[in-house]
Design a protein around this ligand. Structure first.
Ligand code: 8GT
Ligand code: MG
Length: 155
């Protein structure tokens, strides 16, 4: 058996894990929508996929629909579960729920003073991905870019 007292003290200081709904939007040119975290937020200046924290009682899809409306002024009817990633930052312990969005209503615009950019993904010789106009990308999101770069839609 493990030593419970040791683990108990670890749990006491660990930040509570937050669920975050994240949207991957791809346009017909094969570019992905990135947003830059504005001044005043943790990790300001880093680029991310739009999204935010899931509120109590909310489904992941509902949280994403709300966040995309608040942050980008777009409306979605559907989103497709893609994958989950857990990451511990100094400021937060997050469980990121990435979802693919293939249709939306409205033209995305930054409603929270954040810069937006439709960015192509460039695969380097070593398999890493460059996003020249949207670097740095949040560390938990970087490993997913290589998978997204392989994504060839069937339309
Ligand atoms: N939206 C988004 N968040 C991400 C990504 N990758 C990643 O690690 N995160 C982390 O997930 C958390 C999202 O929280 P947030 O601060 O943006 O949440 P929010 O939009 O609800 O903001 P608010 O609390 O100011 O209303 C942050 O800790 C952020 O560092 C990503 O690609 N997109
Ligand atoms: Mg957000």
């Amino acid at each position: 058996m493990s030593e419970p007292s040791h683990f108990d003290s670890t749990i006491d200081i660990a930040p509570k894990r937050l669920d975050v709904a994240v949207g991957v939007l791809r346009n017909t040119q094969g570019e992905f929508l990135f947003a830059q975290r504005p001044e005043g937020k943790p990790m300001a200046g880093f680029w991310e996929f739009p999204g935010g924290k899931v509120e109590s009682g909310e489904s992941i899809h509902a949280a994403l629909a709300r966040e995309l409306h608040e942050e980008l002024g777009i409306d979605i009817a559907d989103s497709m579960r893609w994958l989950e990633v857990e990451h511990v930052y100094p400021h937060a312990h997050v469980l990121l729920h990435f979802r693919i969005i293939s249709e939306w209503r409205g033209k995305p615009h930054g409603r929270e003073n954040q810069a937006l950019h439709w960015q192509k993904l460039y695969v380097n010789d070593d398999g890493t991905v460059s996003t020249p106009s949207t670097e740095p990308v949040l560390p938990a999101t970087v490993p997913l870019l290589a998978q997204l770069a392989q994504w060839t839609p069937n339309h």
